[in-house]
Design a protein around this ligand. Structure first.
Ligand SMILES: Nc1ncnc2c1ncn2[C@@H]1O[C@H](COP(=O)(O)OP(=O)(O)OP(=O)(O)O)[C@@H](O)[C@H]1O
Length: 602
């Protein structure tokens, strides 16, 4: 669970600049109080009333030092010089020692934490992405980082210095008339404690709102991703209705609870502040009439206390803004606290690359996503170098899971997976994976040119290598028909490739990595006959050049494999060549008969 402390720690690495800039901003806020004080003293000079002793002595010393005559004019000159120094001279110094740092820290923190967030995204386990949709994750990151960026200058640059200013004001009033200072202090304690108590309650509502908003955004992102299904099932009214209900639910919390809460708080605060200002006016006036304080002190007290009460409004507003953003900032930290996966690869390329013959051994492998429900049980399988092995079996029998374990997306609960005799757990995961390649059923296409997509796994592949890979993958004919050949933009903002074309792109991309082990995960399942044939031809020309694992539902794709492995309920139940398995009265024969004749053998 993320805590308030995590929000503070976000700025920890800029500690020196943080302390310096907050201290500078606070000092300037306090120095600002010299102006009403000096103005009060000027009023005393003008009205012939005595100056404060300390000021009188200080002026005398300065006047002596610069050899001026002791009179009203020289007193006024000294006081004006002080005002000039703390206003005109201060202004540019203040900008550079405060504003510059407040935003500079916020921007640096954004850049640094964004980098860490990207590292986190790249290292979170696959199951995290199974459980959280992209909209939810992206929204959490965007809101969290943005709110941190804008909150820092407000809190460090305004709220904290303003609190110091209020403290300074209290001291000034205390020096002038302690009774007024006590009234001032009590009023502040009442207002601030009431505000904090209310904000605490509102924070809970903000957290609730943040959850609701996250759900709405997450569904929005799902609608966008699955828009074809939405349209095909004509569920637009249903989706629209559900989202409207979610928005109404958000609105109720936002308007009737949160907004109303802030309005009630604001009502109390402004009314109470006005009452306090009036009370201070009355008390100061009474003290002046009784001759307890001078006319100058009357003016100073009134001015500084109005200044203090005027600060209450922005301080409370900033506290409110912080409260509104608090939940989303915590949400961001919760994401950042997610443990990285066992499958997390290093984010910097380490020099020493592996090279394997492609001998793979699954030795007594048992695995379950939930350890109590094994998906693979006691799997033993030996794949010799350059062999082509097909994994077949009913849906849910564990074929893809076996490949996920090979890629180290998960580790077995029991048993080991060896490559060239080495347990894959002992290898550097990034370097190990660089020796494998996979062609999924759905090939991801990145927005960019075809060439960039082909070189995705091997940026240094030469153009000839790319052409050769495309020839083997039977993609070269497609490229010739594209307007700009290899430089045609494909993906999000470019030419849309058909399913078969994407598959062939996936194969060429995988080949360019020159993998020791190549996996086809249902690469032909969703294709028409012609595309399937092309892919099968491509696969055939790859056979024997490296270890190849083919997961296929269509048995026509696996006929020529050296070894066909039949999985059933997480166990290997049959192993053999196509002909051998047909002779055996088992699952393979039944599946084959079903696909050939549509008849299910008993
Ligand atoms: N990320 C996951 N979390 C939990 N269970 C999962 C996950 N992925 C798969 N499973 C479960 O593991 C079992 C095996 O799934 P797997 O995808 O390996 O089967 P498969 O043989 O490849 O199926 P298909 O041919 O339909 O793709 C299934 O019961 C499935 O529900």
């Amino acid at each position: 669970m993320a805590k308030f402390r995590d929000i503070i720690k976000y700025y920890d690495r800029y500690r020196v600049a943080v302390i310096f800039s907050i201290a500078a901003a606070s000092i300037f806020e306090i120095i600002d109080l010299v102006v009403p004080y000096a103005t009060g003293q000027i009023l005393n000079v003008l009205s012939g009333q005595p100056l404060d002793n300390a000021i009188e002595n200080a002026i005398a010393a300065i006047v002596n030092l610069i050899k001026l005559p002791q009179n009203r004019l020289s007193s006024l000159a000294v006081l004006m010089t002080v005002i000039f120094l703390v206003t005109v001279v201060r202004a540019p110094i203040q900008v550079w020692s405060t504003w510059w740092f407040h935003w500079d820290i916020a921007f640096r923190a954004r850049r640094d934490h964004f980098k860490e967030t990207i590292a986190k995204i790249l290292t979170l386990p696959l199951e995290f992405y199974d459980e959280n949709n992209p909209g939810r994750i992206a929204g959490k990151i965007a809101r969290g980082l943005e709110n941190h960026t804008f909150t820092y200058p407000e809190i460090a640059g305004q709220m904290i210095p303003k609190l110091f200013r209020v403290l300074g004001i209290f001291v000034v009033i205390l020096l002038i008339e302690w009774r007024i200072a006590i009234v001032f202090l009590i009023s502040f304690v009442v207002i601030l404690s009431y505000t904090l108590k209310d904000l605490n309650k509102l924070m809970e509502q903000e957290k609730r709102l943040d959850k609701y908003m996250e759900n709405t955004q997450s569904r929005n992102s799902e609608i966008i991703t699955n828009i074809k299904t939405v349209k095909a099932f004509a569920t637009e009214p249903l989706e629209f209705k559900r989202q409207k209900q979610r928005l109404d639910r958000e609105f109720k919390v936002l308007d009737y609870r949160i907004h109303l809460g802030y309005i009630k708080l604001g009502t109390f605060r402004t009314a109470f502040v006005q009452f306090c200002v009036f009370a201070i006016l009355g008390l100061t006036l009474a003290a002046t009439v009784k001759g307890q304080i001078s006319l100058g002190h009357f003016l100073t007290t009134l001015t500084v206390s109005s200044m203090a009460y005027a600060e209450l409004e922005p301080i409370s507003n900033l506290a409110e803004i912080f409260t509104r953003r608090y939940a989303s900032m915590l949400g961001y930290h919760e994401l950042m606290q997610q443990p990285i996966g066992v499958d997390a690869a290093s984010l910097v390329e380490t020099g020493s690359a592996y090279s394997f013959t492609g001998k793979i051994e699954f030795s007594n492998v048992t695995f379950g996503y939930d350890t109590n429900r094994p998906v693979l049980q006691d799997v033993n399988l030996l794949i010799e170098p350059y062999q082509t092995v097909a994994l077949v079996g009913r849906s849910g029998s564990g074929k893809s899971t076996l490949v996920k374990l090979l890629f180290r997306y998960f580790d077995p609960n029991q048993g080991r997976i060896l490559i060239d005799g080495q347990d894959i757990i002992t290898l550097d995961v990034g370097n190990y994976r660089r020796r494998l390649a996979i062609v999924h059923q759905e090939v991801d296409v990145f927005n960019g040119t075809l060439l960039e997509n082909l070189r995705y796994g091997n940026q240094s592949a030469s153009f000839q290598q790319v052409e050769e890979a495309c020839r083997i993958a039977k993609l070269d004919d497609v490229i010739r028909t594209l307007p700009e050949g290899y430089y045609t933009v494909v993906g999000e903002r470019g030419v849309r490739l058909s399913g078969g074309q994407r598959q062939r792109l996936g194969i060429a991309r995988a080949l360019l990595v020159e993998p020791d082990v190549l996996v086809f995960d249902e690469a032909t399942s969703s294709l028409d006959y012609e595309s399937e044939r092309l892919i099968q031809l491509a696969m055939r020309s790859i056979q024997g050049t490296r270890t190849t694992i083919i997961i296929a539902h269509r048995l026509s794709t696996v006929r020529e494999a050296d070894k066909i492995v039949v999985l059933d309920q997480g166990r290997i139940v049959e192993v053999g060549s196509h002909d051998e398995l047909l002779r055996h009265e088992g699952i393979y024969r039944r599946l084959h008969s079903l696909q050939e004749t549509g008849e299910l053998l008993s």
